[in-house]
Design a protein around this ligand. Structure first.
Ligand code: IMP
Ligand code: MG
Length: 195
């Protein structure tokens, strides 16, 4: 496999890249799309009290690059949920890993997550924040959205890229907590999780 336009590789990063079936988005493509998303968000929230809520851990690189492109006096908070437990299929139940919800009372709130798959995670987070945290408004932004039927009726208001229904890693997305630190996004070779 030939990698074009990629940064310096060490033997470790070559190992991780070797586990990919194909590359979907190089870093430069992701950054260009983030410029567009951030411009849209900046336009939509100018003059409003905005809080961005990162869904940990997958949205960390996305959130870090996104907020630095939004020149508004926003607040940042985090939320930790678990729904995958190391596999590639959602277990269907979402566990909130902390008691405290972000303090978004009366604030315009934007949930930021890495990927919308079955929709179970985003639907659960939306419901909990809406019912318990009293935001002025509630929207969501995902870097990736899989083209598939959702288990829960939920769509994101801002989407970076629509992708096919394949298991992807990199730029925050993991398989068994690995590959989050790749700066690109690729489809994981199914042999890796068939093992
Ligand atoms: P959902 O509840 O099925 O929509 O899944 C949402 C969560 O599952 C995301 O926040 C990711 O952590 C994880 N996830 C879903 N699809 C993928 C994938 O293709 N690669 C890595 N993680 C994924
Ligand atoms: Mg996640």
């Amino acid at each position: 496999m030939v990698f074009i336009g990629a940064p310096i590789f060490t033997s470790d990063s070559i190992d991780m890249l070797g586990d990919l079936q194909k590359i979907l988005y190089h870093e430069s493509t992701i950054m260009a799309r983030l410029d567009e998303l951030a411009a849209q968000i900046t336009h939509d929230y100018r003059g409003l009290d905005l809080t961005l809520v990162a869904v940990l851990n997958g949205s960390l690189p996305f959130m870090a690059d996104l907020i630095r492109r939004i020149p508004l006096p926003l607040k940042l908070d985090c939320l930790s949920v678990s729904s995958y437990y190391g596999g590639t299929e959602t277990t269907g139940n979402v566990r909130f890993d902390q008691d405290r919800l972000p303090d978004v009372d009366g604030r315009h709130t934007l949930i930021v997550d890495d990927i919308l798959d079955s929709g179970i995670t985003l639907a659960a987070i939306r419901r909990k924040i809406q019912e318990e945290a009293k935001p002025a408004s509630l929207k969501s932004c995902v870097l990736l959205s899989k083209r598939r039927e959702r288990a829960k009726e939920v769509e994101a208001d801002y989407v970076g890229f629509e992708i096919a229904d394949e298991f992807v890693v990199g730029y925050g997305l993991d398989y068994d907590e690995k590959y989050r630190n790749l700066s690109l996004i690729g489809v994981l070779n199914p042999e890796i999780y068939a093992k």
